[in-house]
Design a protein. Sequence first.
Length: 264
Amino acid sequence: MEVIILPSATEATLAGARIVARVVRESPHAVLGLATGETPERLYAELVRAHRQEGLDLSRVTTFNLDEHVGIDDAHPASYRRYMQEHLFRHVNLRPDRTHMPDGRAADLDAACAAYEDAIRAAGGIDLQLLGIGADGHIGFNEPTSSLASRTRVKTLTAATLEAIRARLPSGTEPPRHVITMGIGTILEAKRCVLLAFGERKAAAVAKMVEGPVTALVPASALQLHARTTVLVDEEAAGRLALADYYRDVQRNKPAWQRERDGS
Ligand code: PGA
């Protein structure tokens, strides 16, 4: 895992957006795995800016979101389709038929999950997966004790995750308890992962993900098994990393060719 500690969430966000933009410029048909939540909001704003001001062309890009709630339509405030429309889709030239979300309203949810896996495979797999991390160490909505081999399926959110989601919704809006999420096995098949985490609230989860044992109790720790994961954190989220000085040293001494290759 490559850990990049930046002075602020803004700088970490811009670094993440640069990686995404570079992948798209180099591979106009790139398949992007997208995340929702507070963390990637500014990254999407930066992609919108790059689209408007620098001509970043997303017209041939395909996207797959990590997760969606079960049983709500796109108008519901908790809908991740709605989130993506608001923060990215309606501002850029992504083709609507190439933006994929798990179908949380399907009559047969198991079939919808299998179809999502099929669609990712048919698109050639995910080139770059954006990730956040829950304070409990979840990636996607793979809550603690999720199988490290899991595929896209229905999960039940923990009370703490539900509370974090509720806090972002208009008061009185109740998010559904159930979601469809890509599995950990699905995420691990992405060619590259970029995980962003900001703030002291994420520091313990980040330390366990990077430096703890690989365990289903901390689903993000499975990324230790992924060959090309970049973790972009601000100082607060890096606050509990035992080897923080080493990670800084690695970045300071990163060879130019590696920077060029990684877009960092
Ligand atoms: P957040 O969520 O960006 O809203 O903190 C991250 C996550 O739960 O994966």
